[in-house]
Design a protein around this ligand. Sequence first.
Ligand SMILES: Cc1ncc(COP(=O)(O)O)c(C=O)c1O
Length: 467
Amino acid sequence: MDLHLQLGEGGLAEQIYAQLYERIGANVLPAGTVLPSSRELAERLSVSRATVVAAYERLAAHGLIRSRAGIGTVVTGQRGHASTEPPASLLQPRAIWSTEQLAVPDLTRPDAEFDFAPGVPARAQFPFARWRALLNDQLRTRTDVSYADPAGSAPLRTALARHLVVSRGVRIAPEQLVITTGAQQAFDIAARVLLEPGDTVAVEDPGYLPAYRGFVAHGAHVVGVPVDSEGLVVDQIPAGTRLVYVTPSHQFPLGMPMSDSRRTALLAWAARHDAAIVEDDYDSEFRFTGRPLTPLQAIDTEGRVLYVGSFSKTLLPALRVGFLGLPATLAEAARRAKFVADYGTGGHVQAALAAFIENGDLARYIRRMRGAYERRHHMLISTLREQFDGELEPIESSGGTHMAALLTRGQPPDTTLAARALAEGVHLGTVSRWGIEGPGPNGFVFGYGAIAADRIQAGLAALRRVI
Ligand SMILES: Cc1ncc(COP(=O)(O)O)c(C=O)c1O
């Protein structure tokens, strides 16, 4: 064994003893480790053999090492004070990190026969072979393997800007885009760029808790504003609000789009109160009914909208790629904030994604999945109407990868029913957990990213057994 000991001035045996004692205690030399023979160690350290023998004898006296015939000197264990536990610390995080609001939710997924969990991607349909080929190309040919522009690669931002104007009517220059680690980092950067501690942020209630947490973590005063069938109730945004976070295409978690009049009202409100709007357009490309919904960003004439998108729904959450589109006045600050946060998103993934968009793979995949999601959505809503009439009221939505249905009055709490459903092999989300100021409405969130259309009826029949 190559045992490195550092010897300085003073008693050599004492130093050898102390260093071995400490390493055995810290489990750097665990039980069973064979130490060098006293002769070998003496030679290596240029000390007399008697010095090493003295140190070994002391360790043996403490029961830490033992001489074993045919093997040599062996570590036996850690007696007395020696411990593998890291030392206890008196340091504590800032109080905010101990609050329940910022707790990490349970991200494990039960292995259910019928998976209606929201946020689960269409693993079976994802073009893994194509993605692998594009990533491999990058790994094979890419010579630039160092740090790069923190705002994101130019080819990806250019491809994305083109894609956004075609698919969403979002007009944005590549220089106004920052590639982020998911939508989540886009919220974080928006907060870093715009918020002073204590600023008021308004979010939809019920609403997307990860965004809420992002603003809370910045020390903002975050207020839940009710939503109704037209989306955020603009009249109820508190005066003095600096930033409003909304999901206008597909309200999370309820699913309805924000009406045209509310969109206009929200932009007018922001103009009157000199506020910013963070528009989370997370799954809008999967729209299958009704008129196209123009993003707030596309009708904003004052540059008040920060547009957030994600590849978690269009591709996979595991990619952890999203983006933030900003008014030109904020773009450089956001680029700096991204640099401070993490120096930039991984270059290989960005390059593969740029190729995926440029080659038309993204548009093709979205088109294919739009059809698949439409069939699943249709099957879900028609079966819910037929089989759960009187117990569950589906909320109209025009797209996305999940829908919500509220339990009618007198039904048990959604969490109780969801636990019972899981026992029947059905995994689904609850609406109540997305409440901001208190529990949200009683109901279910049905994700249809993971469940095939022809499994939906059987899944809902299993759910029927508990409602
Ligand atoms: C409302 C909302 N915004 C954004 C996202 C995507 O977040 P991220 O890109 O951080 O995975 C999701 C995904 O579930 C979502 O539901």
